[in-house]
Design a protein around this ligand. Sequence first.
Ligand SMILES: Cc1ncc(COP(=O)(O)O)c(C=O)c1O
Length: 422
Amino acid sequence: MYDKILPHVSPIWNRNTNLIVDHAKGSYIYDVHGNKYLDFTSGIGVTSTGHCHPKVVAAIQEQASQLLHGQINIYYHKPLLELIEALQQVVPTSMDSFYFTNSGAECIEASVKLAKHATGRTNVIVFNGGFHGRTHLTMAMTSSKVGLRRNYQPLVPGIFVAPYPYSFYYGMEDDDTTDLCLKELKKLLKGQSAPEETACMVIEPVLGEGGYVVPPIRFMQELRDICTNYGILLIADEVQSGFGRTGKFFAFEHYGIVPDIMAVAKGIASGLPLSGVITRSDLAAKWLPGSHGGTYGGNAVACAAAIATLKVIQEEGLVQNAQVRGEQLRERLKELQYLYPTMIGDVRGLGLMDAVEFTNQGQPDPNMTKAVVSSALEKGLILLTCGTFDNVIRWIPPLIVTQQEIDQGADIFSQALNKCSK
Ligand SMILES: Cc1ncc(COP(=O)(O)O)c(C=O)c1O
């Protein structure tokens, strides 16, 4: 089926599977041959309310019959205003200005442009292993894989990379990693990008593509302090970690800090393209009107999907579910680490953003990682990898996932490990 068409799909897209989806519901997708798969990728952390949640679908259908596109420079529309009202209930009260875009990269670009206008400074500090997108600016901010930058150089200048506190990679305790990374950051501010030239620091509060790494609380708190002391704006890239994914509404809440700007996308609208920049009004007031914008940002149907998504997250207690099911999942994964200590080096995560890192005698093991993912796929479980060395399986089930589905996923994973260990 579609054999003659497939060669015409651009090869630029990396392929994780060759499945052709017919339809999807909740935690499952069904391919055109009628096979059923447990989808623990959630479209890379997008379909948090599950595939085709009936309330989100109904909101999209209803809005599509009222207004498809209400260009925001020309007029306001109800879904955009009502989305702002709904978001105000879940973000810190100090963050009271909302701007909408269409993709993760776009909201990061916009956040950095805002930081440049608000501070009058030019430079950006990012963290090693970070992934912020694939446009020219966000590619220059991205260091999760060299293949994302190769042959595109030279990149946008004025971007400086500090170490991300990835304790397992450094083979150090969290406290030592924190000390090392803060020391290097302070050196960077002395040696490469002076504070008075630095507009912002952009960090993923849980590192995504770079390996699903949870930074130590003290690192995040001291990072906040350094930014405050130097008047550098702290931008939280919550594109993957936001909207309940980590067991809090936003991942920065785990550290008791509030960023100056947050970039949100993915889980915000259950699959419709919507992203945004949320910040304080005093900063937004310094962003010169008309100096940024876009035709589709804040699309009416996408905003309606986001309003329904927020309602579902709240009504169905999905933030709490992410926390509880995440604990269940990590417990199962840690049991498997105990059974396969020569294959699994680390199990970590927050909520339903969890990782299994494969090592062989202390070295990254991408081949084993790949083998386990394909064995799981044969048994009906779709998993994704991440990590600079391609040796991490990331677990991002939808936030509606049930106890039975987590057990089903862990059982299949266990069978895959058993097969690949032989
Ligand atoms: C943390 C983070 N930031 C930014 C992006 C870029 O998002 P998009 O692919 O929608 O441009 C991603 C995508 O995976 C991401 O995980």
